[in-house]
Design a protein around this ligand. Structure first.
Ligand code: V47
Length: 384
């Protein structure tokens, strides 16, 4: 039984959302608290999700490439990184990287998601060359690569500005940037989990630079570790603030912490209920970001399907060669077939639509799956 004062507060928030009003820090804290029934928060997020994206569940056909795991940073939540001399440390050769491009084409991928460690013995040219070589050989594949943390490392290596680096990478073939490295912006948390890497100001500045030169980017939030609700809402408000300025974020991806093999392995993994609440609250706070993604690799298939009714409109892709979550104990499969991903969207009551990285419809040749063409932009209704 929901107490009358909670029902009253929920009604106020609901009216605000229905009228296209903005939620505040206090609203976000209220929706995050176990006092506000998850079902009601989910319904409200679903209302917004359907207003913006209708009944569609987006997916793409993609692959990951992590060219090295050797990293100068020691983020406490990361199970993927390695020291140079560690037996698990690796650096892929140019041939191995190009072979991944060939494999992607043979499997009908439209996107390659490229991120990796910051290897202290490799220069900027190595990282740039990966983009240039793949783009030259496989220009049809969209390269979504290098997080703001890597761009910040390239600033250190080259002494160039982030804007100049991004222009250079764009000219080499970079299509957009993934949303990683955001973690939690608030210094009370950031200083505990990754104090050494790109700070909040830098992360936001680099995404702003990308937006200013016409590159779309994604944004993320790593939750379920040492942070509190206040830190999560603060994070979402910072993203919303930049989006008001630039409009360059396409998709927000809440990332549930996986503790295995990390320096935070004593913590418990967030529950499915927390996953769903975080999804819903994010959809409600980020009223200016077109898409919210339920990354099935990280959430597990059941929660990702349920999230399509809690604010998410996208489920990421078929994915192959994912390492970051699997190193941290993810038990999801390493790949889903196109039929499987479509089926799980249908089971969730949504209409599966294949998109490319920048949200245009993809049309497949029914006689040859590997052949595809790009169609129109998907419809998004952000204002009421
Ligand atoms: O920045 C690392 C997170 C991120 C762990 O843009 C962890 O489309 C949980 O950003 N448990 C990288 N999370 C992944 C990422 C991403 C994923 C899918 C799609 C997109 C996109 C971006 O993964 C890191 C960090 O926040 N991470 N280790 C861990 N143990």
């Amino acid at each position: 039984m929901v107490a009358p004062e909670i029902q009253d507060r929920l009604r106020v928030v609901r009216d605000k959302v229905e009228q296209g009003g903005r939620l505040t820090m206090e609203d976000g804290l209220f929706l995050s608290s176990p006092e506000s029934p998850l079902q009601a928060v989910g319904e409200l997020a679903n209302y917004v999700r359907e207003r913006i994206n209708g009944n569609v569940g987006y997916y793409n056909i993609n692959t990951h490439l992590n060219p090295t795991n050797v990293c100068v940073y020691r983020c406490r939540f990361c199970a993927f990184r390695s020291d140079l001399r560690d037996p698990k440390g690796y650096v892929m050769s140019d041939e191995q990287i190009l072979a991944r491009g060939q494999e992607a084409v043979e499997n009908g991928c439209t996107e390659m998601h490229i991120v990796g460690g910051l290897h202290h013995q490799l220069g900027y040219d190595w990282y740039r060359g990966i983009i240039e070589n793949l783009h030259r050989a496989y220009p049809q594949i969209h390269l979504k690569g290098w997080t703001a943390v890597e761009i910040n490392w390239f600033e250190f290596l080259t002494k160039m500005s982030s804007k100049d680096i991004l222009e250079d990478l764009r000219d080499a073939g970079l299509g957009s940037m993934p949303g990683g490295g955001a973690e939690i912006f608030h210094p009370e948390v950031r200083d505990q989990i990754c104090e050494h890497k790109a700070n909040t100001h830098k992360w936001l500045e680099i995404h702003q630079s990308a937006h200013e030169i016409g590159l779309k980017t994604n944004c993320t939030m790593l939750y379920g570790h040492v942070e509190q609700a206040y830190h999560r809402i603060d994070h979402l408000l910072k993203l919303r603030g930049l989006q008001d300025k630039t409009g360059g974020f396409q998709t927000f991806i809440p990332l549930a912490f996986h503790p295995e093999n990390t320096k935070l392995s004593h913590l418990k993994k967030p529950s499915a209920l927390m996953d769903l609440r975080t999804m819903a609250v994010s959809r409600l706070m980020l009223d200016n970001v077109p898409h919210v993604k339920a990354y099935w690799i990280m959430l597990g298939i059941g929660t990702a399907q349920t999230a399509l009714a809690y604010g998410a409109d996208d489920i990421d892709g078929t994915v192959r060669h994912e390492l970051i979550y699997h190193d941290a104990g993810a038990t999801t499969p390493e790949i889903l077939s196109v039929d499987q991903i479509k089926q799980l969207i249908v089971e969730a009551g949504r209409e599966p639509v294949e998109r490319d990285t920048v949200y245009r419809r993809v049309h497949r040749n029914p006689n040859d799956f590997k052949e595809w063409s790009i169609g129109e932009d998907v419809p998004v209704l952000l204002s009421v």
